[in-house]
Design a binder for this molecule. Structure first.
Ligand code: PRT
Ligand code: ZN
Length: 285
């Protein structure tokens, strides 16, 4: 029987979240330890632990069938793999930053500079797109210290909170790309492997939807129910159950995380009481 080979990062920022996603899909891996690969007990999957830089190429070449990688790494490697889902973790942006005292007015201010980066390909494409002529100095790590070492007048690196830039006296001036972890696959999977991947993606979708939704229950006087129902889209329509106290009902539904607190405030304003908010484990559609 066929196995789907999925690469995840061996040890780094995406590792814990990738493992958590697999586990929330109900897939149990054999103890990985220091090994390169871990088969699953209860799903036709084998997980390979690789460096993030290697995963896109291996996936493109069919050494692995699928991988979880940062979109930034996929783009930089230029691998021939298909993005199937954005996974909502590992969010960051690739940005250009200059030393604090630099007088920056627009992207044209980058003309003639030497920009240090580990992302020469993405940066090169960006500079070409915006019509800037600058030189790219490729370095493999600690890009943020490059200007202080005289290795460039600007840098292009990943940013999430921004504290690394701040701590190195740098100011973010251009966003080159937004990134997050993505699930990618080889372009030429066998029908058998594709079927396993489809089952995996079905589970991932249920987990991702659940992460974006909450289950809420509330009590309200019967006359407030139509207005509350209007405020709550839910999956289909909320359940309304009579309470033991005459004239009151309990309402149950699922809500998204967007403007969650705004919604709670509007519900309270139209008479909702005793609002309970519960996490959802899976949303199957
Ligand atoms: O060993 P391996 O090669 O597998 O790992 P790695 O060291 O190359 O990668 P790793 O684990 O650092 O990052 C893996 C992926 O996480 C990246 O490719 C991104 O997709 C994603 N990611 C999300 C980040 C960040 N956020 C991030 N902040 N990767 C790196 N950073 C670094 C950034 O380079 C800078 O040094 O964190 C610093 C900035 O962080 P802030 O919070 O100070 O802005
Ligand atoms: Zn790496």
């Amino acid at each position: 029987m066929s196995l789907l080979r999925l690469a995840i990062q061996k040890s780094g920022r995406l590792t814990d979240a990738s493992r958590a996603l697999i586990s929330e899909c109900g897939i149990e891996l054999e103890q990985a330890g220091a090994k390169l690969r871990a088969p699953a007990f209860n799903f036709p999957l084998e997980v390979l632990f690789l460096r993030d830089d290697d995963a896109p190429g291996y996936c493109g070449d069919g050494v692995v069938d699928a991988a979880i990688v940062g979109r930034n790494v996929l783009m930089e490697r230029g691998a021939d793999a298909k993005v199937i889902r954005e996974l909502g973790f590992g969010r960051c942006r690739l940005s250009i930053a200059v030393p604090k005292g630099f007088s920056y007015s627009s992207v044209a201010s980058l003309n003639g500079l030497n920009i240090a980066t580990s992302y020469p390909r993405i940066l090169g494409e960006f500079l070409q797109r915006v019509g800037v002529r600058a030189s790219i100095h490729e370095i493999s790590g600690s890009v943020e210290v490059a200007p202080s070492l005289g290795l460039g007048e600007a840098i292009c690196d990943l940013v999430s909170s921004g504290s690394t830039l701040l701590g190195n006296g740098l100011v973010e001036v251009e966003t080159v790309m937004q990134s997050q972890a993505v699930l990618i696959c080889n372009q030429a999977l066998t029908a058998e492997k594709q079927a396993i991947l489809d089952r995996l993606v079905f589970r991932i979708d249920a987990v991702l939807r659940a992460r974006k939704t909450k289950y809420i229950t509330l009590n309200a006087p019967d006359e407030a129910i139509p207005e509350i129902v209007r405020l709550l889209p839910g999956l289909k329509s909320p359940s309304v159950l009579p309470l033991a106290m005459p004239g009151w009902s309990s309402l149950h539904t699922v809500v998204g995380e967007d403007d969650f607190w705004g919604l709670i405030e509007r519900l309270r304003a139209v008479g909702a009481e005793g609002i309970l908010v519960l996490p959802i484990e899976k949303v199957i559609q």
